[in-house]
Ligand binder design. Sequence first.
Ligand code: NAP
Length: 77
Amino acid sequence: MPGKAPRQRGVLIIGGTGSIGRLVAARLLELGRLPRVLTRDPDRARRSLPSGVEVVWEASWPTRRPCAPPSRASTPS
Ligand SMILES: NC(=O)c1ccc[n+]([C@@H]2O[C@H](COP(=O)([O-])OP(=O)(O)OC[C@H]3O[C@@H](n4cnc5c(N)ncnc54)[C@H](OP(=O)(O)O)[C@@H]3O)[C@@H](O)[C@H]2O)c1
């Protein structure tokens, strides 16, 4: 579509907010890829993950704690 950049394919990381997944996300950023982190707690994930990491969550999931709807929700393509 003219004037619209194609959406970058990302790499979905389950557990990307954890100690191991965080390293995976950082490495993907270094490699120029788009890490997409699936989490039950998008607010906490956004606070703790570096910029460039996309936070993905599923609204129908029970969250670990109540949170406001994210401003940038997305689903993997
Ligand atoms: N760290 C090590 O040295 C080590 C060594 C050997 C094996 N392991 C294994 O590797 C795995 C990851 O370790 P870690 O240290 O990175 O763990 P961690 O720091 O405790 O992180 C756990 C991750 O799993 C996600 N998670 C937990 N329960 C989930 C559920 N019900 N549905 C979806 N996501 C869920 C959490 O996501 P949210 O809370 O954001 O939803 C978080 O990102 C674990 O299975 C661990 O036993 C770890």
